[in-house]
Design a protein around this ligand. Structure first.
Ligand SMILES: [Zn+2]
Length: 347
């Protein structure tokens, strides 16, 4: 009868407490005032502690139990977004340039994000459309220059049940290493051995030509694009790349940077590549520059024009670097935009 005994003890304790309260009633008024002041002080301390906790915000750094892919239908097409991981860039002030004092920090703070530690997701899209299976970009390929948080595309394609030999087309949105270096394995064998590789002529020239000695990625970019040299097809602005997938020039980030409209049975989704690198900063401040923009002024004009189109036409889009899976809409907000992620149903 331990439980009953316990209850008896508790009752006894409450009774003693009641006597204690009665005793307090007889105490001097000044003592009551002091007790109230002490209570108030304790309350303020508690509030201060809560404020401290809320200032710390929610910092989720690992999703170890999270499925690294998601799949949905777009008309008669099937879209699978597969994560390559994320690039840990650290201090965003070194990467997001050209804003006025406090604007960068304000955008991050207002979105409950760290002002000193930023990551960019790597969202690769596989689209089954008609007879084709198209992959948009190839991740970092595990490049040590980018780091171990990215380069997980191969493993995650396996998890999603996508065999690399089933890919018919690789579309490279532009010639940067975080998009291209998953093309070939360390032995120089194409990762997608049956695929044609589509890239703009401008960016192809940039990475297949003589490596720029100032670019540490240049030799590896050249090695990878050379591994698929016999199957490269150039993308033209406004042209259909494969049936249902059309190219839209988005120059500035690189000079041959492209985004793509995917259309199936009246539904449209944009593969928006690197129009913006961060869901809070590049939307609120489309005038921001990314450190790797080849022509920042041109990129700002491109971003403003295409973000305006996405918002006005209410288009859904996938952003390569927004938080996984990077799919959502843009709403106009002041002189910029607000990113509204699509909700993902589990049933
Ligand atoms: Zn990128």
């Amino acid at each position: 009868m331990l439980w009953k005994g316990g209850t008896g003890t508790r009752r006894h304790f409450l009774h003693a407490g009641a006597i204690g309260a009665a005793g307090l009633m007889m105490a001097k008024a000044s003592s009551v005032g002091a007790a109230r002041a002490a209570d108030q002080a304790a309350g303020e301390t508690k509030e201060a502690k809560m404020a401290e906790v809320s200032r710390a915000r929610l910092q989720i750094t690992s999703h170890s139990d999270r499925q690294p892919w998601t799949r949905f239908t777009l008309g008669a097409a099937t879209v699978t977004v597969v994560s390559d991981g994320r690039i840990a860039i650290g201090d965003p002030k070194k990467w997001f340039l050209g804003l006025k004092e406090g604007e960068l920090e304000g955008s991050l703070r207002d979105n409950f994000l760290s002002e000193t530690d930023t990551s960019l997701a790597q969202n690769v899209m596989v689209v089954d459309i008609g007879e084709r299976r198209v992959i948009f970009d190839t991740g970092t390929g595990g490049s040590p220059l980018i780091g171990p948080t990215a380069g997980h595309l191969r493993a995650n394609l396996d998890t999603a049940g996508i065999d690399p030999t089933s890919i018919t087309d690789v579309i490279l949105t532009h010639g940067h290493p975080d998009h291209v270096l998953g093309l070939a394995d360390p032995l120089g064998k194409p990762v997608f051995p049956k695929a044609q590789v589509h890239i703009s002529e401008t960016d192809h020239r940039m990475i297949a030509g003589d490596p720029n000695p100032d670019d540490p990625f240049a030799p590896e970019l050249k090695r990878q694009i050379s591994a698929v040299a016999d199957r490269v097809v150039m993308i033209g602005d406004g042209k259909e790349v494969v049936p249902g997938v059309s190219a839209i020039a988005a120059p500035g980030h690189t000079l041959g940077h492209m985004i793509f409209a995917i259309e199936s049975a009246g539904k449209v989704l944009l593969a928006a590549a690197d129009l913006g690198h961060h869901q809070a900063v590049f939307t609120r401040h489309p005038e921001v520059n990314f450190v790797a923009d080849m022509d920042p002024t041109m990129m700002v004009a491109t971003r403003k024009r295409l973000y305006d189109m996405i918002a006005t036409d209410r288009l859904g889009f996938l952003s390569y670097h927004f938080p996984f899976p990077g799919i959502g809409h843009l709403a106009k907000a002041g002189s910029g935009f607000t990113y509204i992620p699509a909700s993902l149903d589990t049933v």
